[in-house]
Design a protein around this ligand. Structure first.
Ligand code: FE2
Length: 333
């Protein structure tokens, strides 16, 4: 059997022990929950490959637990097998209505059980692969919608591989799929309602990616890529080290790419000017200053950085002190 994590939900200790022995013997990781409420709390965090749910639970009926598991987008792609106890009122019709992927009305033989579990795991693996390719296709669609944004996600990912390897670079803006074209490419500042819509995209993106186990580790990147070090970002207003390190890295790579690429609402900047903006944002308390310094030395080299001055400011030719008004609006989400 393929290596799998199985959430076993059963209030009966001896029945639980039998299932555990059978599955452990096949090389599965088995996590047991003794009540329905415990399963509801565990499942989204554990992201098991399959849930074996006995319908006779000490707190809530298995049908209700199945319904609530499937109502959570984070569990929607996780197969749930409902096992009917002898005194059960469950039926295959009720199980299907509750969202169960399989219903075992009679206790199967161990051989039958393992075969059916194997089939469900293979199906789950196939669905995950398809869902991943859909998410990557959507990411490319987002780039195609904004002619000024072409290649942004791919470049962010490529740079992030150099500076803090992450799949999140490819999918961090997936939530933009819900933003109308008229807002994404509006060649003028956004009004309050448009800003509110744009600021929903990290949460929308997290919801899109949350059903996939393989994307679990990039969820913080998707949700938090617009947080700021001083707590004024969105959607959660995280402060300082509360923002995961990889997120702070990706923000820097993301902004640098956005600034050095032509957008409908602003002109392309040279790399040194883009670095200057990064320092400005660190001064404002938005970015992690020590990471900005490391990033600058990585992309321009320490010699060039020294020649530019240790804060990469442009006293003579372009601007000094604060960035020109409007330049800070370099990202549309
Ligand atoms: Fe974004």
């Amino acid at each position: 059997m393929v290596t799998a994590t199985i959430l076993l939900v059963d209030g009966d200790p001896s029945r639980c022990a039998n299932w555990e022995a059978l599955l452990l013997n096949q090389g599965c990781d088995v996590i047991a929950a003794r009540s329905g409420e415990a399963a509801l709390a565990l499942c989204p965090r554990l992201q098991p490959d399959l849930v074996l749910l006995n319908d006779a639970l000490p707190d809530t009926h298995g049908l209700e637990i199945c319904r609530r598991l499937k109502a959570d987008p984070r569990n929607r792609l996780t197969p749930v097998v409902l096992l009917a106890a002898a005194e059960s009122v469950s039926s295959s019709l009720k199980a299907r209505a509750a969202g169960a992927d399989d219903f075992w009305g009679n206790p199967p033989t161990p051989w039958e059980a393992l075969n059916r579990i194997q089939s469900l795991l293979q199906l789950k693996s196939y669905v995950d692969e398809q869902a991943e390719s859909v998410i990557f296709s959507l990411s490319q669609t987002i780039e195609a919608r904004d002619p000024f944004d072409g290649g942004h996600s791919a470049r962010v990912s490529s740079n992030a591989v150099r500076f803090g390897k992450s799949l999140g670079g490819l999918v961090h803006d997936i939530g933009k799929i819900g933003i109308p074209d008229a807002i994404l490419s509006k060649p003028a500042p956004l009004n309050a309602e448009e800003t509110r819509i744009v600021e929903q995209h990290p949460v929308v993106g997290e919801q899109i990616c949350s059903a996939l186990k393989s994307f679990r580790h990039v969820l913080p990147l998707v949700r938090h890529h617009h947080e700021r070090m001083n707590g004024t970002g969105y959607p959660d207003g995280l402060y300082g080290d509360q923002i995961p390190l990889l997120v702070r890295v990706l923000q820097i790579v993301d902004i640098c790419d956005a600034l050095t690429t032509d957008r409908s609402y602003r002109q392309t900047l040279s790399l040194p000017r883009a670095l200057s903006v990064l320092y400005e944002e660190a001064d404002r308390g938005w970015l992690d200053e020590s990471l900005v310094r490391q990033f600058a030395s990585l992309v321009v080299g320490s010699e060039t950085l020294t020649a530019l001055g240790n804060r990469v400011r442009f006293q003579g030719g372009h601007w000094s002190g604060s960035s020109p008004r409007g330049l800070m609006n370099h990202r549309r989400g």
